[in-house]
Design a protein around this ligand. Structure first.
Ligand code: FES
Length: 151
């Protein structure tokens, strides 16, 4: 006999939450805050605890983000730029057009490989479409022992 586990999540329970993803991103962009989209990330990590901590995350060595440039940290889904010496900014690496992960930072602009949107490193604004919404902030960057730490 089949005994359904009442604690097990049913597949497809994400629909309502995912439908609201765009408005969450828009709200986050307006608030300049970080976004946590648990259960809609597309990966199946099997986590049974739906709460995510927003504690500090070490991204990598400061040398990966040159002055006037930036780098994508895919595992953290964050893009970090250094528009001016010692000033770091961090954005969600999820493109606001259709959700691809942005790919690289070229000539001071964050580039999405899917449809070619470009975002300004200074403020995340969409400078070349099709994206029209800015990349939302992913938090603050701190330098600790030569490493970039997202807080
Ligand atoms: Fe980034 Fe379309 S998903 S430009």
């Amino acid at each position: 006999m089949n005994d359904p586990d009442p604690a097990a999540p049913a597949g497809g329970r994400c629909a309502a939450a995912c439908l609201d993803r765009r408005s969450v991103l828009r709200s986050a962009a307006l608030a300049g805050g970080a976004v946590t989209l648990a259960a809609c990330g597309g990966s199946s990590n099997g986590s049974s605890n739906g709460s995510e901590s927003s504690g500090p995350t070490t991204l990598g060595p400061v040398g990966e983000v040159p002055v006037g440039g930036g780098a994508v940290f895919p595992d953290a889904n964050v893009v970090v730029a250094q528009p001016s010496d010692g000033s770091y900014v961090a954005y969600s690496a999820t493109c606001t057009h259709q959700g691809c992960q942005v790919g690289e930072v070229v000539d001071g602009e964050i580039v999405c490989p899917c449809h070619g949107s470009h975002f300004a490193t200074e403020d995340g604004a969409a400078v070349t479409g099709p994206a029209t919404e800015p990349l939302p902030s992913a938090g603050q960057i701190r330098v600790e022992s030569g490493k970039l730490v997202l807080t």
